[in-house]
Design a protein around this ligand. Sequence first.
Ligand code: FES
Length: 162
Amino acid sequence: MQKGLVIANKENEFMQLKEYIDSVKESDGILMQTLQKAQNIFGYLPIEVQKFISEETGIPLAEIYGVVSFYTQFSVTPKGKHKIGVCLGTACYVKGAQLVIDKLVKELSIKVGDTTEDNLFTLEATRCLGCCGLAPVMMIDDEVYGKVDPKHIPEIIDKYRG
Ligand code: FES
């Protein structure tokens, strides 16, 4: 089976996905769970993985692509080891969330939505995280940082650089 460079050397992952698909193939409505499983295995859903799912399940590629593009839980680009989410809800925005984002963009040399070249960080803007009293709020993985001062960003990021 011929696959793109992006996912070369992923035979084990494809085997794992195939085993999963074989185990659920006979059930109804398997697309969402299969995509979730594939994303857990590969970390994201490149077109090669979507094609594979299409071939193995018989679900048209266009339908798969439509679902992947519609739901924000799915990603077609690789995600970094650490996900940084900066809240751009109203309270955070008023308290300077844009300055936090600007500092992160500079510190990581990436745009919002992108992943650093070393695959360590993905930077995202999020909706209200439900702790507006701590605005501006940023999350790194499951850890919440409140009242973030942009000048502390480099030292916070350094903790994750190990
Ligand atoms: S607006 Fe940022 S946590 Fe609510």
